[in-house]
Structure formats: C-alpha cells, structure tokens
Design a protein around this ligand. Structure first.
Ligand SMILES: Cc1cc2nc3c(=O)[nH]c(=O)nc-3n(C[C@H](O)[C@H](O)[C@H](O)COP(=O)(O)OP(=O)(O)OC[C@H]3O[C@@H](n4cnc5c(N)ncnc54)[C@H](O)[C@@H]3O)c2cc1C
Length: 398
C-alpha cells in the first residue's frame, strides 16, 4: 500500500463477510480511511482467525510449474512450487521446493507500471503509482499547481508536451497515470495460460483456466471491484470447487464461455484492457451477480448497495476531490450504518477476544492521506517498480 493511499471504496462495502471493516476506537474512523487503517484491519483479521501460522511471510515464490506432464488431465495435475526466504536486507536464502495438488495465484496487479513506449521522453518521469490521481492518462506539471488537459497527443524530444486540443506546454515532469500491467513471472504452464499487459487467459469467469481447472486458479485478476469483498467471493468459489462442494462445467463449455466473452467485447469495440474489467462503475449489478452466481456469500444489504451506488459512483462522478468527505447519507444508509457499527463492531471485538487479543489500541494513530510515516510496516518484497523495463513489453507465454 502506497504512503499516499486513501481508500476510494466505502469501508462498509469492502470488508470480509465475517469480519467487517468497522471503525475502531482511537483509529481512523472515516468511511474512506488512509492506508494505516486498512493495514490495522488486515492485522486484526489475521489475529482474529489465527492466520499467522498458515502464512509464510517474507517468502518469495520464484517458480511454479506442473510436476506431472502437461498431458495429464487437470484433475491429475500436481504443481511444483519453488520459493526463497527474503531477508529484510533484501538477501535471499536457500530454495525450498514443494509439491501441491492445487495452486491459487493471487500476486496482485497493481505493482508493475504500464508505460507508453516513448523514444526520447522529455524531462523527469514518474509513474502515478506513488502519486495517486483520479484521472487516467498522462499528467504534465508545468507549475507547482495541477493542470488537467485533454489526452496527450505526443511527448516531444524538445521537452514539450502536445495535447489533443493543440495546446503545447514545456514539462518539468511527466507523471504517467497509465495504470498497471499483469505480470506473473514465476508461473510456467507450458503455454496453456498467457499473461500480457491487458489480460490473463483463457480464464473462465476470470478465475479458472479451463484446461488446468480446478488445480490452477486465480484470485484478484478482475478490475473495478472492491477488495477484499469481491476476492473473498472468488476464494470461496475456488474452495467450494476444490472440496467437491461445487462443480465446474466441462472444459469445452468453459472455453466456449471464454470465447463468447471475447467476441462480445470485440462486437462492443471494447479495448483489450477491459478484458477483466467487471464494471462496478458502469453496471454495478454485474458485480453482485458475479458474486452470487459463484459463491455462498450472503447478499449485500440494500443500504450497502445504496451506499455503493451513491457515495462511490454518483458522488465520485460529481466531485472527485471532495466526495470522500461528504456527510449527506440518506436516512436508510444512516440507519443501516448505525446497526452495522453496533452488530458488526461487537462481532469484531468478540472474534479478537476469542483469539486472545482485545481491541488493539497500539495501532491508534490517525494517518492523514500520505503524510505520516507508518511504523512497523515492512513490505513483503522490495517495491517492484521497474520503470524502464516495461517499455515495449511483449505478451509473455508462461
Ligand atoms: C492506489 C490504489 C488505490 C486503491 N484503492 C482501493 C480502494 O479504495 N478500494 C478497493 O477495494 N480497492 C482499491 N485498490 C485496489 C486494491 O488495492 C487491490 O484490488 C487489492 O489490493 C488486490 O489484492 P490482491 O491480494 O489481489 O493483491 P495485492 O494486494 O497486490 O497482494 C499481492 C501480494 O502478493 C505478493 N507477491 C507478489 N509476487 C509474489 C511472489 N512471487 N511470491 C510471494 N508473494 C508475492 C505481493 O508482495 C503482495 O503482498 C486500490 C489500488 C491502488 C493501486
């Protein structure tokens, strides 16, 4: 999580189903809190469900490949996983290789910047990952204050930036707000799954590669959804399938569904980068439908759906700068929120108490967006910003 992050989704809609993201005494109680609050919530979640023993921190997966021959059918495939322990000084220790019946990949896709290929770019360049902005494209800063323009037409080697409205400015710094690329460098599927900047596939419902399902699956590939709520739904679906409580369609049917999705995108003229975009911002119902079709998550209550569509969609469209600090909920959202804080708050405390850890006020520390240093936060891996290597990236067969 970047130092400057302040959440863009309302906390009421984001948390895990059985451990809601309720405000805690002495912490950042805002509906859209900053990163420390998210960090404290995840730590509490781990404590409440005693996950520490099930997770190997500071461990980097360096290679995942089929242990059996690629011809083996999906149900028989086993996976070799090689990992190394990463020391805090960046050093790496001996490899460990283990064999598993199934692998679920969830390595995130917001760390490898997607950069345009520019031969002789002007001035300083920064990717927007550390300078979060609500607008996409390329932002040219010519003065300390911010100037927003229509799309950039070209960056010129004399240090100027030409915008689509024919305005040309001299840029001290260019900040690329051009998003991120998918990257799963450690996964070797003998070419059965392809990863490129815009997509991972073929994936049935963004989760299972038909020819390797269910032994290989992916959580977190979709975009435009709330984390961790949506990813909990994916994880639950995978767990149901792996434990035999739910069945996938036959491989050919899954492939047909993938193909139909691809054709529908083509007909709609949608760009490739929307392959995994589940359009919460366009058709929010599709997000719910996905979750209820595949997982056993309870339906989101009406007041949360209303909150999601107003605070997150309508208000954000109206005023991207200030929507997170509005205080004009409808009466139904207010009432739902009051009940939620009472009931889910009690569940939160009870879960922590049962795990032997009361409300953790040691975290208490209000973190205004991006200004305060966060104590005790060590990234699992070194920050993966590889600025220059991405120019001209080609699709990667894995
Ligand atoms: C600026 C910004 C703001 C956002 N704000 C919101 C918001 O308000 N609300 C919201 O719902 N979503 C938000 N998101 C999106 C949200 O952060 C992501 O959807 C979510 O973090 C994805 O979770 P994940 O577990 O799939 O991936 P990540 O959170 O990226 O976690 C992946 C983990 O895998 C680890 N990893 C990677 N490679 C390896 C390897 N080889 N071996 C071992 N470990 C590895 C990484 O270190 C990382 O810890 C935001 C994203 C960004 C970039």
């Amino acid at each position: 999580m970047y130092a400057s992050v302040r959440l863009i989704g309302p906390r009421e809609c984001m948390g895990f189903s059985d451990f809601q993201f309720v405000p805690r005494p002495g912490r950042d109680a805002r509906r859209f809190p900053a990163r420390r609050e998210m960090y404290c919530y995840l730590k509490d979640f781990c404590a409440a469900f005693r996950l520490a023993g099930a997770v190997r921190l500071n461990t980097k997966v360096v290679h995942v490949a089929m242990a059996s021959s690629p011809e083996a059918r999906a149900g028989d495939v086993k996976w070799k996983v090689r990992s190394v322990r990463v020391e805090l000084d960046g050093g790496e220790e001996v490899d460990v290789e283990e064999v598993f019946d199934a692998v679920v990949v969830f390595n995130g896709h917001y760390s490898q910047p997607r950069l345009p290929s520019i031969k002789d770019p002007p001035g300083n360049q920064i990717h927007g990952e550390r300078h979060v902005t609500a607008t996409g494209g390329v932002e040219a800063s010519i003065q300390p204050r911010r100037h927003l323009h229509p799309p950039v037409d070209r960056l010129c080697s004399d240090g100027t930036v030409a915008f689509a409205d024919d305005v040309v400015v001299a840029a001290d710094t260019v900040i690329y707000c051009t998003g991120y690329t998918y990257s799963i460098p450690f996964l070797d599927t003998a070419g059965l799954v392809t990863v490129d900047v815009d997509h991972v596939g073929p994936l049935y419902e963004h989760t299972f590669p038909p020819s390797l399902a269910p032994s290989l699956s992916f959580v977190g590939v979709p975009m435009g959804v709330f984390a961790p709520w949506f990813f909990e739904a994916q994880a639950r679906w995978i767990a149901l399938v792996l434990t035999g409580k739910a069945a996938l369609p036959p491989e050919t049917e899954m492939m047909t569904a993938v193909e139909e999705g691809r054709r529908a995108m083509e007909i709609a003229g949608a760009p490739a980068k929307h392959t995994h975009f589940i359009p919460a911002g366009v058709k929010p119902r599709e997000v719910w439908e996905f979750v209820y079709r595949h997982s056993d998550l309870p339906r989101m209550e009406d007041w949360k759906v209303e909150l999601f569509t107003t605070s997150n969609l309508k208000n954000a469209m109206e005023d991207r700068e200030a929507y997170r600090d509005r205080d004009d909920d409808s009466e139904s959202v207010r009432e739902g929120g009051r009940r939620w804080r009472r009931v889910a708050g009690a569940q939160y405390e009870a879960a922590l108490a049962a795990a032997g850890r009361g409300g953790d006020h040691a975290h208490a520390h209000h973190d205004d967006a991006g200004v305060a240093a966060v104590r005790n936060m060590q990234p699992l891996l070194p920050a993966p910003c590889q600025f220059s290597t991405l120019n001209g990236a080609t699709p990667q067969k894995i």
